[in-house]
Design a protein around this ligand. Structure first.
Ligand code: ADP
Ligand code: MG
Length: 689
């Protein structure tokens, strides 16, 4: 039944390949995306005054007689068509339109209906480029209320509106998947009816997130999300797990040698993780902690428990550089335990790699640190007990499952460095256990954060020069222009050249297109003090630990997500020196942009920053959904529908308890819901039947 909705956009009449491509930018590749493209405004064309009564600035639909055509005398001037009714004269004004087209459309002497915004030019009423022109008989069709959709350049509004109408006609009535009592209590309409209504708003009040129809659709989407996560989770629970409990023989010497005492939050997280691992089921736990909150040592101690219990452990990082950094940190922290640690990344090839794989399979490696390369099929552990994923939102649920499939009953600990708000945690991980590191290790100095207009670049460079003279090391982050890496790179190279001219030769550059080995070399030079300034194009690569770096400059800070800026800033303030972060912005800033930068200036509490960002910008924007790996929502607005998200979570939990394989009638209907929202991957985890 849903098949036509998953046809390519170009299958819709009126959307040729070119327009379909444009529409795809807005709604995605399938017809179903058109259904989810909700109107952002309404135009009421029912207002049908006489010419003399049509107020300026308002949309009106007028019935008029065409009196004459006045082609432009000079090029660049408009073509005017003069119309009248018994009360006055109205000019229809066209720029760059062929006259013969207009004489056919608006023959002299004919009565026509025109609709558009009326304006007065030297007291003369006119409509430039009417939205609609039709014969007098079409009056009824034109005097309607019309939804206005968010557009993209080149896609005519009328085309998009018609395409959405066609998609609606393809949407079938579907068996109800929501609980009837819940629907009744909320007074929500059925799915099909809700769709029709949201696409036919009568006035502005019907556009808000609180109408029953919008709530219903938002809840559908949220339920699909939560149910899919719950099913994956249930699948994981059904797999055999095992109890992993160490005897402390490795942890004791490692703890004794730590140069610091663990914070209460770290101890608490470890208690939770150890208790979870000791249970005879699979652990799937999130360790959430702000940048610098000390997740690494927690992960290490958890992995040591697993190794004490006779299994292997793996830690996976999102990038090569981070994997190497982890290897270094873990090797030094774990030295007293005499662990056998190895590294596996995409860069390892040939003999070394073969050897690592053989030792891994033989159980001669206790702890493997690596990148995505760990997912590869040939990588086999003798017995993987715990997998830790330092994910920074870059691995999806599916990959997490892949990794846990590498072991017999592997426990999984996911570490996220970005403090995502609770609501977002729920959408990304569902009802997953969470340990939070809410306090920072002692001894960190606050970072002095300032916002400065970009036109004071000269002064900034001067300030940086003084800091360098005092021995500081400086990160210089260049603007991120997502569309084009080439442009990013050009900007960064240019910046490096300018800084070299002003600050001397010790200015390095690191960017996403560099080869791994080159990146490492530059990074190492910066860490060891061979470079004073590191110009960087990508955020991720800066995710390393250089305690001596105490200054960060971010150009076009207004273009970054707040969470990203917070992450970046977390790279400084790690050493003994007082640190400074300069956020350069290009003015004038809008109200929201100004507030966002202010938050960053005023606090270093990542959770607070994330909550505020969510409030100011809405969920889709917070982390840059695409790169964050968080699900994007089309119908739900997490800032507005947070309460619905919790309800969806509860509902999903109830469903999986009562009807774990979606076999009841409602269960069958819920399967369509999952398909509809393209969460059908979760259906695979149901027991067949
Ligand atoms: P993140 O949570 O960002 O991964 P890290 O694990 O890299 O943070 O820790 C940041 C720094 O804090 C490291 O240098 C680490 O050695 C140090 N650290 C971790 N725990 C403590 C602690 N309890 N007391 C003092 N320093 C700590
Ligand atoms: Mg870390």
């Amino acid at each position: 039944m849903l098949y036509p909705l998953f046809a390519p956009l170009a299958s819709i009449k009126g959307l040729g390949p070119r327009l379909a491509k444009l529409a795809e930018k807005l709604v995605g590749p399938h017809v179903v995306g058109l259904l989810w493209h909700l109107p952002s405004g309404v135009i009421d064309r029912r207002f049908a005054p006489k010419i003399a009564e049509a107020p300026s600035g308002q949309v009106a639909t007028l019935t008029v007689r065409v009196d004459g055509h006045a082609p432009p005398v000079l090029s660049g001037r408009p073509y005017k068509v003069r119309c009248t009714d018994e009360t006055g004269v109205l000019d229809l004004v066209f720029f760059r339109v062929k006259g013969d087209y207009l004489t056919r459309l608006l023959p002299i002497g004919q009565t026509v209906v025109v609709s558009g915004k009326v304006e007065h030019f030297h007291d003369q009423p006119q409509i430039s480029h009417p939205d609609h022109i039709g014969p007098a008989e079409a009056r009824g069709d034109l005097e309607t209320v019309e939804p206005v959709y968010p557009l993209t350049a080149g896609l005519p509004p009328k085309t998009l509106r018609r395409a959405i109408r066609s998609a609606l006609d393809l949407a079938p009535e579907l068996p109800e998947w929501q609980d009837p009592a819940w629907l009744a209590a909320r007074r929500w309409p059925a799915w099909r009816a809700a769709l029709e209504t949201v696409h036919a708003p009568e006035d502005d009040t019907m556009l808000g997130p609180a109408t029953p129809e919008r709530q219903r659709l938002a809840f559908d989407e949220l339920l699909a999300n939560q149910l899919a996560l719950a099913l994956v989770r249930q699948h994981q629970r059904r797999l055999a797990g095992r109890a992993l409990a160490g005897d402390g023989r490795l942890r004791r010497p490692v703890r004794a040698a730590l140069p610091f005492a663990l914070t209460a939050a770290q101890e608490q997280a470890l208690r939770e993780i150890n208790a979870d691992m000791a249970e005879p089921r699979r652990m799937l736990r999130l360790l959430q902690g702000d940048v610098g909150s000390g997740k690494t040592v927690v992960a290490l101690l958890a992995m040591l428990s697993a190794i004490e219990a006779g299994t292997q452990a793996a830690l996976m990082a999102p990038t090569e550089i981070l994997a190497r950094q982890h290897l270094e940190t873990l090797s030094s922290l774990a030295a007293p335990a005499g662990l056998r640690i190895a590294l596996l990344t995409g860069r390892d090839k040939g003999k070394g790699r073969t050897e690592t794989l053989a030792r891994l399979a033989a159980g001669e490696i206790d702890l493997l640190v690596g990148t995505h390369a760990i997912f590869q099929e040939e990588v086999a552990f003798r017995d993987l007990g715990l997998a830790v994923i330092d994910e920074q939102h870059r691995f999806g649920v599916h990959q997490r499952l892949l990794l846990s499939a590498k072991g017999r009953a592997t426990d999984v600990l996911v570490m996220t460095a970005t403090p995502i708000p609770r609501t977002l945690t729920l959408t990304a991980y569902g009802d997953m256990e969470v340990s939070r590191l809410t306090e920072r290790p002692p001894g960190r100095k606050p970072v002095d954060t300032r916002t400065i207009a970009l036109d004071r670049l000269d002064e900034v460079i001067g300030g940086v020069a003084r800091k360098i003279a005092e021995g500081a090391r400086v990160y210089w982050v260049c603007p991120l222009v997502e569309e084009s890496e080439v442009v990013d790179l050009a900007a960064a190279t240019e910046r490096q050249a300018l800084l070299k001219a002003r600050l001397g030769e010790r200015v390095g550059l690191i960017h996403g297109r560099m080869k791994g080995a080159d990146k490492d070399r530059v990074m190492a030079a910066f860490a060891e003090g061979g470079l004073d300034v590191l110009v960087a194009t990508t955020v991720i690569e800066v995710g390393v630990h250089v305690p001596a770096a105490s200054v960060m400059v971010v150009e076009h800070a207004e273009r970054f997500g707040l969470a990203q800026l917070h992450q970046l800033r977390g790279r400084i303030g790690r050493g003994a020196a007082a640190s400074t972060c300069l956020l350069l912005y290009e003015g004038p800033l809008g109200e929201v942009a100004r507030s966002r930068l202010r938050i960053l200036r005023d606090t270093e509490d990542g959770f607070l920053i994330a909550e505020e960002d969510l409030r100011l910008r809405g969920a889709g924007e917070v982390l840059g959904t695409r790169q964050s790996g968080l699900p994007g929502f089309r119908l739900a607005d997490l800032a507005e529908h947070a309460e619905l998200l919790e309800a969806a979570r509860d509902d999903a939990r109830l469903i999986t308890e009562r009807d774990p394989d979606l076999k009841t009638d409602r269960g069958q209907a819920l399967r369509s819901l999952l398909y509809l929202f393209e969460r059908d991957a979760a259906v695979r985890y149901l027991r067949s039947g």
